[in-house]
Design a protein around this ligand. Sequence first.
Ligand code: HEM
Length: 146
Amino acid sequence: MPSVRLLPLFCLLLVLLGCATPTTAPPPSESLYERLGGQAGVSELMGRTLTLAAADPRTRRTFEGIKLKALQESLTEQICALAGGGCRYQGETMTRVHKDLRIKPSEFDAFVEMLRQEIDHSGIDSRAKNELLRLLAPMKQAIVSP
Ligand code: HEM
């Protein structure tokens, strides 16, 4: 125990040590799925992204004749499974469902850009946005054709 005369110095040292300890934001208590707005929020986000992608000249060719409502539901279920929402994704693997579509890397990038744009308009915070994009990025390999 420091002597009484050294006590102020000792306290100052403790405060300085406390300041030097790196602080990281505490982990969020809600799942990513909840932070994305749950079933309603994710479904709306996917619906808006698909509407854009089906109309955009960079991506629309792939969506001709595709039932967007069913695709929206499947995508929502997949995000729910990936983001801790407790769903079980029951659709096809990413490789199998996209193989014959011959999606180019530039089309994938344009799709993700539209998703990013819709997230920015939705009020979802940037931490949740980045977490979602980090989950989707590794799928590019399976989705695009060389
Ligand atoms: C990270 C990006 C993507 C994810 C997570 C994703 C996910 C999915 C899912 C879950 C399905 C439905 C599978 C099923 O129900 O069995 C699907 C189908 C489909 N995806 Fe993707 N996809 C992505 C990127 C793309 C891109 C970039 C395009 C086109 C530019 C695209 C076009 C399609 C189409 C047209 C279908 C429907 C195929 C059919 O019904 O035969 N996807 N995707």
